[in-house]
Design a protein around this ligand. Structure first.
Ligand SMILES: *Cc1c(COP(=O)(O)O)cnc(C)c1O
Length: 385
């Protein structure tokens, strides 16, 4: 196998990738300047860099995508919807909200659909946090959080993860000040994979003032097999300040059409509706999501999720047997705490055909992909441990 890698060390030296703190992009443009008066904190934000494409005979394990293409019926629903794209979509995605409301035992007003749960996170932060306000979240966590907070004009308060790479919820609760408006809890945490337990979360909710918004980001909920893990769907209606966020991007394999949802109290969801850019959720996306929720299709999709969860557990066990200190992994990915060796290990993986997401100085997140990718991964990492 030959893989082009000669540009990568150059990019690291130039530091163009380090601006975002990840090293999985190949295209980095030279810094540009403008006379136009932009918001300085926005102009300073790192531009989004897509994960670099996998080499021809390699594997892209850098974005936690579902390795299967859509089931046929879902692809057909999307294709059928494509024939009507001369029409605007339903602005509130009512049909999908009704379907989800039925599932979770809430009213359709307690469901908010967005163009991926990243859009929803942005909407909630905008709805609650203004300049001078603080948003508390664990770190390291989802890469999108810092940017969303900055765009809202608010201030990030990052609470370090515990030594086991999980959220330190007591420290997060202790970080609440008069200025705190939002607390984001990510379970299982992206990129470390560690879930929050129900006990810890309930204690956290009891200590956070009820007038501060808590967002429980459960992008990987369907992959969780640890019964001690928090399950947002069982907490719906219990707290006046809790919103649960889920997505069709990971377990349901619809990352490309952009659709996610939030469940929570109506006044909070109404505020988030007000901050949305109108008509962001397309009819193509809702058609895909509705088809994915059809019983036969969903059974097939969740069967794949079962397979991925088993593959994840086996991968983690094998890596631990090799000598890697892999934290609890309840998403569709594992975390390699490579520390100072991160760039070296990521480069060796890339040379061997695996594109992973590297966070220099910290660790590497590797998605659970095709069975063959696991074989390659174990071979490469066995030599690197
Ligand atoms: C993938 C992911 C999301 C959602 O992504 P969308 O595609 O926008 O739905 C949200 N939170 C975390 C932590 C994720 O990893």
């Amino acid at each position: 196998m030959t893989f082009r890698r000669k540009r990568i060390p150059q990019l690291w030296q130039r530091g163009t990738l380090g601006r975002r703190g990840t090293v999985d992009a190949v295209t980095a443009s030279e810094p540009t300047t403008t006379q136009v008066r932009l918001r300085p904190e926005i102009a300073a934000l790192p531009p989004y860099r897509q994960g670099r494409p996998a080499p021809a005979d390699g594997f892209k394990l850098s974005s936690n995508e579902n390795p299967w293409p859509p089931v046929a019926a879902v692809a057909e629903a999307i294709t059928a919807a494509a024939n009507e794209v001369n029409r605007y979509p339903d602005a509130t995605a009512l049909a999908l909200r009704e379907r989800l409301a039925e599932r979770y035992g809430v009213t359709s007003d307690e469901v908010l659909v967005g163009a991926g749960s990243v859009s929803l996170l942005a909407q909630f932060v905008l709805a609650a946090a203004a300049p001078g306000d603080e948003v508390v979240y664990s770190w390291r966590s989802f890469e999108a959080y810092p940017g969303l907070v900055t765009v809202a004009g608010a201030t990030s308060v990052q609470v370090p993860n515990r030594p086991d790479h999980g959220h330190d919820l007591d420290a997060m609760a202790a970080a609440v000040t008069d200025r705190t408006r939002v607390l984001i809890v990510c379970s299982p945490n992206n990129p470390t994979g560690v879930p929050v337990t129900t006990d810890d979360f309930e204690r956290f909710m009891a200590s956070v003032p009820a007038d501060r918004l808590v967002l429980l980001d459960e992008a990987y909920a369907e992959f969780v097999r640890d019964e001690a893990s928090v399950d947002g769907s069982s907490l719906i209606g219990r707290y006046p300040n809790l919103v649960v966020l889920r997505t069709f991007s990971k377990a349901y394999g619809l990352a490309g059409v952009r659709v996610g949802y939030a469940i929570g109290p109506v006044p909070i969801l109404d505020a988030a509706r007000a901050t949305a850019i109108p008509l962001g959720v397309t009819a193509v996306a809702t058609a895909g999501a509705l088809a994915a929720l059809e019983p036969a299709n969903e059974a097939e999709l969740l069967g794949r999720v079962d397979e991925l969860a088993e593959r994840r557990d086996a991968l983690r066990e094998s890596l631990i047997a090799q000598g890697w200190a892999i934290p609890a992994a309840q998403g569709n990915f594992v975390w390699l705490p490579t520390g100072e060796r991160t760039v070296e290990v990521a480069e060796a993986l890339f040379a061997g055909g695996i594109v992973a997401r590297a966070f220099p100085g910290d660790g590497i997140r590797v998605s659970v992909g095709e069975p063959e990718s696991v074989d390659v991964l174990l071979r490469l990492l066995g030599e690197l441990v």
